[in-house]
Ligand binder design. Structure first.
Ligand SMILES: *[C@@H]1O[C@H](CO)[C@@H](O)[C@H](O)[C@H]1NC(C)=O
Ligand SMILES: *[C@@H]1O[C@H](CO)[C@@H](O)[C@H](O)[C@H]1NC(C)=O
Ligand SMILES: *[C@@H]1O[C@H](CO)[C@@H](O)[C@H](O)[C@H]1NC(C)=O
Ligand SMILES: *[C@@H]1O[C@H](CO)[C@@H](O)[C@H](O)[C@H]1NC(C)=O
Ligand SMILES: *[C@@H]1O[C@H](CO)[C@@H](O)[C@H](O)[C@H]1NC(C)=O
Ligand SMILES: *[C@@H]1O[C@H](CO)[C@@H](O)[C@H](O)[C@H]1NC(C)=O
Ligand SMILES: *[C@@H]1O[C@H](CO)[C@@H](O)[C@H](O)[C@H]1NC(C)=O
Ligand SMILES: *[C@@H]1O[C@H](CO)[C@@H](O)[C@H](O)[C@H]1NC(C)=O
Ligand SMILES: *[C@@H]1O[C@H](CO)[C@@H](O)[C@H](O)[C@H]1NC(C)=O
Length: 651
């Protein structure tokens, strides 16, 4: 009971229930045959279990396991003589009053307090635990700590310090300088400000430095490069400016360098390519400019320079380095053509939104058997789509949209049986849609809109059973929609606008949710009743056709509908009343009467209003009956939302 005054929770202990107290003292005094844990440590642990009994009572069942070495989160030496590791991770701790008590366990090597709700660290903790020479690991990650980083006096053996995911703030000056053994420092996801700390232990043995997601500003300090043992540096998501000093090349053990989401500028230093160990370099979302130096990817597996202002050509050796797996240079100002030499290790290649021109080089495509993501969209690439792409058997995402690609859609794409997303929109592709495209059974998204494709929609289109988004809009497609289209059962979006389609409109898949777009075609006759089944559909575009007859009353009963475009058709009769949540455009239909704006013969219009009103009621009743399906619907809508963002993740 030494130091009892130091612990605020002591009062709780004296108030403990009688029976608990009896057990407590019995256990402390009992000569426990099982355990050789020193009496001091046993007493400390029982005191701790009392202090924390509100949160640990379900995991530290003292009556069942008298030896603290058997408690959850406690590890002892192999002979149970002393406690070495204490993990109170995820114990729902809120009051840090118990912390100094923990430091009485002088044999502690690791103390893990992560995933709790602690908001402060008592001074007594730093003083007491600082004396434990063998303490190597201390983690307070994922708590609610506020205020300044404490100054670590003592802690001569501390190697691993994790304060990530808290709300600590202020500058970091000399607080950590005494930590001579520090190897890992993780301060990410806090609110630290000021300059990147440079006093990180006088003996400079730091290996992992993680400072991401703070408010550090100013330049990358050169002193950092005196920490020769650094293996990982993560400075991402701060407000750093200035350039990346060429002395980075001095860090001969560096494996991972992450500088993403800052305001760094200047050129990428050539000296990076001196680091033989460097496998990942990410400098995306900065203001780096100038040319990409030769040799930069010499030893890299992962290179991300996207969202910068890099210009000039892509170095001819950049993509051919044998270890290279992922390259992202998208959203820069790169010009010239795509280098032909590519490494067969490539898994992901993103060069979108640059100013690249010339043809898609086909020489090495046949060797890219691991290539899973190829994104070259929004450039000025010309020539045709190389048939050799059909050999890239791992492709899941192929995006060549928004270029000047011409010629036909190669049949060879039909053999890409892992392809999920095919985006070729906004090019100058001609010819018919080959039947072979409908062999890609894994396809979820097919977007070949805004091209010059002609002929009909292949009747074998039904074979693309998994399709969620089909966009054939803005082409020169003729003929009618194949009736087999009704057999899609995952299709959420069907875009057929701006073609020359005509004839009968077949039954549409009930799964449609995002949009049905038949606009700017040659459809005529009444709006078919089969559309009344599309109760989940949000956007309806039937505009700019020759639809005639009345606006079907079923259209007013859809609660998912947000937009209905009927403009420029030959519809007639009275416009029924739609819910206020629907944006309706009926302009350009000379035969339509808007009763709201023309309240003419009262009797007739009252009668009409009534009939309209009752059909709305019927439609709503039908809707209510299907409320049982509400949960399913909610899931489907959630799915539709996530699918809209594409299933193939961009990392
Ligand atoms: C250490 O204590 C645990 C928990 O009581 C027990 O299961 C284990 O057998 C003990 N080991 C030794 C060597 O006494
Ligand atoms: C902090 O960084 C270290 C070193 O990379 C890592 O082991 C630890 O898991 C990180 N902490 C959290 C909460 O992710
Ligand atoms: C860059 O690397 C070269 C060797 O490749 C070396 O001579 C030069 O001093 C380095 N520059 C800096 C600033 O470290
Ligand atoms: C980023 O740095 C540039 C100079 O390189 C400066 O003009 C700009 O204001 C900075 N932006 C922010 C958000 O700090
Ligand atoms: C591609 O790389 C090989 C081997 O490094 C080399 O011989 C060839 O000249 C390179 N081709 C081009 C077009 O750079
Ligand atoms: C296309 O690239 C330009 C830069 O070249 C960029 O400004 C624009 O946002 C990109 N468009 C899309 C749709 O990504
Ligand atoms: C398909 O391409 C059009 C441009 O023609 C674009 O607006 C639309 O977002 C694309 N949809 C998908 C799912 O890629
Ligand atoms: C329907 O498709 C046409 C042609 O692609 C497009 O211009 C129009 O914006 C689309 N309608 C809606 C509501 O998105
Ligand atoms: C009918 O006219 C009223 C009043 O001018 C207007 O608010 C409403 O939007 C019109 N309805 C349609 C479907 O155009």
């Amino acid at each position: 009971m030494r130091n009892s005054g130091e612990f605020p929770a002591q009062t709780n202990m004296t108030k403990c229930e009688h029976t608990t107290c009896v057990i407590f003292f019995l256990l402390c005094l009992l000569p426990l045959g099982l355990s050789q844990l020193s009496a001091n440590q046993r007493v400390t642990m029982f005191k701790l279990s009392e202090l924390l009994k509100d949160t640990t009572s379900s995991v530290w069942i003292v009556a069942q396991e008298p030896n603290p070495c058997g408690w959850k989160g406690v590890s002892c030496t192999s002979n149970n003589a002393s406690i070495t590791h204490l993990s109170l991770s995820d114990f729902s701790l809120t009051d840090s009053g118990f912390l100094p008590l923990v430091c009485e366990i002088g044999s502690l090597e690791a103390l893990d307090l992560s995933n709790n709700r602690l908001s402060s660290i008592p001074d007594g903790f730093i003083t007491a635990c600082g004396k434990i020479g063998g303490l190597k690991l201390l983690s307070f990650s994922r708590n609610r700590l506020v205020g300044a980083l404490p100054t670590f006096n003592g802690f001569i053996g501390l190697q691993f310090l994790d304060f990530s995911y808290n709300s600590l703030s202020g500058n970091i000056g000399l607080q950590l300088d005494g930590l001579n053994e520090l190897r890992t420092l993780n301060l990410s996801s806090n609110q630290f400000s000021g300059h990147v700390p440079t006093h990180l232990g006088k003996s400079r043995v730091l290996e992992h430095l993680l400072l991401s997601k703070n408010f550090f500003h100013g330049g990358i300090p050169k002193v950092i490069f005196d920490y020769h043992k650094l293996v990982l540096i993560d400075l991402s998501n701060n407000q750093l400016s200035g350039s990346l000093p060429a002395r980075i090349g001095d860090l001969s053990k560096l494996k991972i360098l992450i500088l993403s989401s800052n305001n760094l500028s200047g050129e990428i230093p050539t000296n990076l390519s001196n680091i033989r160990t460097l496998s990942r370099f990410a400098a995306n979302e900065n203001n780096f400019n100038g040319n990409i130096p030769n040799g930069i990817s010499r030893f890299l597996k992962i290179l991300d320079l996207s969202y910068n202002k890099l210009s000039g050509l892509i170095p001819s050796d950049l993509m051919m380095q044998p270890k290279l797996q992922r390259v992202d240079l998208s959203y820069n100002l790169l010009g010239g053509s795509i280098p032909a030499n590519m490494s067969s290790s490539l898994v992901r290649l993103r060069l979108g939104s640059n100013s690249l021109s010339g043809v898609i080089p086909s020489a090495k495509l046949g060797t890219l058997l691991k290539l899973t993501y190829l994104e070259l969209e929004n450039n000025s690439l010309s020539g045709s789509i190389p048939p050799e792409l059909g050999s890239c058997q791992s492709l899941a995402l192929l995006n060549l949209a928004m270029n000047n690609l011409a010629g036909r859609l190669p049949l060879e794409l039909g053999s890409l049986n892992r392809l999920q997303v095919l985006k070729l929109q906004s090019n100058k592709l001609t010819g018919e849609i080959p039947d072979q495209i409908t062999q890609i059974q894994s396809l979820l998204v097919l977007n070949i809109s805004e091209n010059l494709l002609s002929g009909g929609i292949p009747s074998s289109i039904w074979r693309l059973k998994s399709l969620t988004n089909l966009n054939l809009g803005g082409n020169r497609l003729l003929g009618s929609i194949p009736p087999s289209i009704s057999s899609f059962n995952s299709l959420l979006e069907l875009q057929l606008g701006r073609n020359q389609l005509s004839g009968h409109i077949p039954r549409m898949p009930n799964s449609l949710q995002i949009a049905l777009n038949l606009s700017h075609n040659l459809f005529e006759g009444p709006i078919p009743n089969t559309l009344s089944r599309l109760s989940s559909l949000e956007v309806w575009d039937l505009s700019n056709n020759k639809f005639s007859g009345e606006i079907p009353i079923f259209l007013t009963g859809f609660r998912s509908m947000t937009q209905l475009l009927l403009s420029n058709n030959q519809l007639s009769g009275v416009i029924p009343k739609f819910g206020h949540w629907v944006a309706v455009d009926t302009s350009g239909n000379p035969g339509l009467v808007n009763t709201t704006s023309h309240p003419i013969s009262t009797r007739k219009s009252q009668y009409k209003m009534k009939s309209v009103g009752s059909s709305v009621a019927v439609a709503v009743a039908v809707g209510t009956a299907s409320l049982a399906l509400g949960i399913t619907m909610a899931i489907l809508i959630a799915v539709s939302r996530s699918r809209r963002h594409g299933r193939v993740k961009s990392n």
